[in-house]
Design a protein around this ligand. Structure first.
Ligand code: ADP
Ligand code: ADP
Length: 237
């Protein structure tokens, strides 16, 4: 489903983000990437939907090379990938529903989405997505009226409304308290299991990784230093 072939990424200032990464991630896996700050977790995740270009190697998603994809192809690949960030990335002054509907943008003409005209089916899809993460009753609240954990669930719902088959979550719980962290991780795990959504989550806590991952990948200085089951993961990262 996702393949890294000899992937390296060097930033313009010479910093090595990734150094010769080789990985195959199968459909339905719940991969947690662990490593200290600066290990390359975010660089790895952002490479998958080409938020930045890699320096060498190839990344293949669903049989298609992301590295050499033309823009229309890249748009299609990105449509399958839901991104979740530490900072939620919601439009704060918009309603929860509008934020979730933004996951549908890739399915319609630009004009339609600029005008904010979404068909009824999209609204149904968005409400169903909100129900899956238990915040349907917040659909008409302003995004910034929600707690951090609720906002993160909105961003999960946005990925679901997008009908993503892959979710990439970059430190999704880094700004949340322990209880809320658990709720968000539970949601990600439930969605991974029920909908077979391939999920890659960056975390810096190995304990959380052990609890939720089906597979743990440890990064250090841009290299894979561990790749195995939660049971095999000791204090690697
Ligand atoms: P992590 O997500 O594990 O904290 P990152 O992927 O953010 O690690 O960073 C990997 C390395 O690349 C670090 O040395 C970091 O300082 C560097 N880095 C990340 N982004 C940039 C950038 N835009 N320009 C230069 N160096 C960067
Ligand atoms: P990317 O990490 O993919 O380059 P961005 O370009 O969105 O992501 O990074 C956001 C900003 O933060 C950029 O201006 C980038 O240069 C800067 N940045 C992030 N991490 C670092 C770092 N470790 N060293 C230097 N600049 C960084």
């Amino acid at each position: 489903m996702i393949e890294f072939r000899n992937v390296s990424k060097t930033y313009p200032n010479g910093t090595k983000g990734l150094n010769n990464i080789n990985l195959t991630i199968e459909k339905g896996e719940m991969v947690v990437i662990v490593g200290l700050s600066g290990a390359g977790k975010s660089t790895l995740l952002r490479s998958i939907n080409r938020l930045h270009d890699i320096t060498s190697g190839d990344i293949v998603v669903g049989g298609k090379s992301v590295t050499s994809a033309r823009s229309s192809e890249l748009r299609r690949i990105r449509r399958d990938i839901g991104m979740i960030f530490q900072s939620f990335n919601l439009v704060k002054r918009s309603t929860v529903l509008r934020n979730v509907l933004s996951g549908r943008v890739g399915y319609h003409s630009t004009l339609r989405t600029i005008l904010g005209l979404f068909p009824k089916e999209d609204i149904e899809l968005a409400l169903t997505a909100l129900e899956r993460v238990n915040i349907r009753e917040k659909a008409y609240s302003r995004a910034d009226e929600l707690s951090g954990g609720q906002q993160q669930r909105v961003s999960i719902a946005r990925a679901l409304a997008q009908e993503a088959t892959i979710i990439l979550a970059d430190e999704p719980v880094a700004s949340l308290d322990p209880l809320t962290t658990r709720q968000v991780m539970d949601d990600l795990q439930r969605i991974n299991r029920e909908m077979q959504i391939t999920t890659i989550v960056n975390l810096h806590f190995i304990d959380l990784a052990r609890e939720y991952a089906t597979r743990i990948i440890g990064l250090r200085a841009g290299e894979v230093v561990f790749d195995g089951t939660p049971e095999e993961a000791t204090d690697e990262a």
